[in-house]
Design a protein around this ligand. Structure first.
Ligand code: GRF
Length: 219
């Protein structure tokens, strides 16, 4: 039975692109992206969806006064597509507890840091400012606390002496594009589930759950 994936976006859609490629290649097996929904009508990700022949919708948060009203409208549109899993891919809205609860255990997010370090915004600038030697990306179950759900996979990205925010962000984004499809493949295959606030592995991957991606240090 083909699994149904709805992807929520706000920006250019590079994570959407890597997920679509993984569905096409079979890295995410037996899965179809059935809709792409954005809160921003101008999101480049919507064009990517249209080009891929996938229903591309906007639920514009500016049309709603209260956050709960936007979330309720978004939930109705998502559920029109009866998803098995919802993937937040560059989706820049904080979601209300009722919405999160409705999708508990079947909604993931990708965050550009090694959570619990650097939840929230501007993670690369903060990592550089704090002088950390390792940064990275996390894919986690979405819970009502921002960027705090249990991780399914993480990628470590070394901070290089010559890094600035742009160079570091680029390598973290590459890591996101590798780990998000892997996390979705594991969740959709039922190898991991959300239970009692944790990621419970029914069939843990042979490799460590954390994927350390050492940079190619060409000197
Ligand atoms: C990514 O860095 C992701 O971590 C953050 O949004 C950024 C843009 O994502 N949540 P995309 O290129 O729109 O997928």
């Amino acid at each position: 039975m083909t699994k149904r994936l709805v992807i929520l976006v706000s920006g250019r859609g590079s994570n959407l692109q890597s997920i679509l490629a993984a569905c096409r290649s079979g890295q995410i097996p037996d899965t179809q992206v059935v809709a792409v929904i954005s809160n921003r009508p101008a999101a480049g990700a919507l064009e990517l969806a249209v080009l891929a022949g996938i229903p591309a919708l906007t639920v514009d948060h500016r049309d709603y006064g209260a956050r709960v009203d936007f979330d309720a409208a978004l939930q109705r549109r998502i559920d029109d597509y009866a998803p098995d899993v919802v993937a937040l891919a560059g989706f820049m809205r904080q979601l209300t507890p009722a919405f999160v609860q409705h999708y508990e255990g079947r909604m993931l997010n990708v965050h550009p840091s090694l959570l619990p370090a650097f939840p929230g915004l501007h993670t690369h600038a903060r990592a550089l400012e704090q002088g950390v030697l390792w940064h990275g990306a996390s894919v986690h179950f979405v819970t009502s606390a921002l960027d705090a759900g249990p991780a399914i996979i993480q990628a470590a990205v070394a901070v290089l002496p010559e890094d600035d925010e742009q160079s570091l962000a680029a390598r973290v984004l590459d890591a996101e594009h590798r780990i998000y499809p892997q996390a979705l493949a594991w969740l959709l295959a039922g190898r991991v589930a959300y239970a009692a606030g944790r990621a419970q592995w029914r069939d843990p991957p042979e490799t460590a759950m954390r994927e350390a991606i050492a940079p190619s240090l060409e000197m």
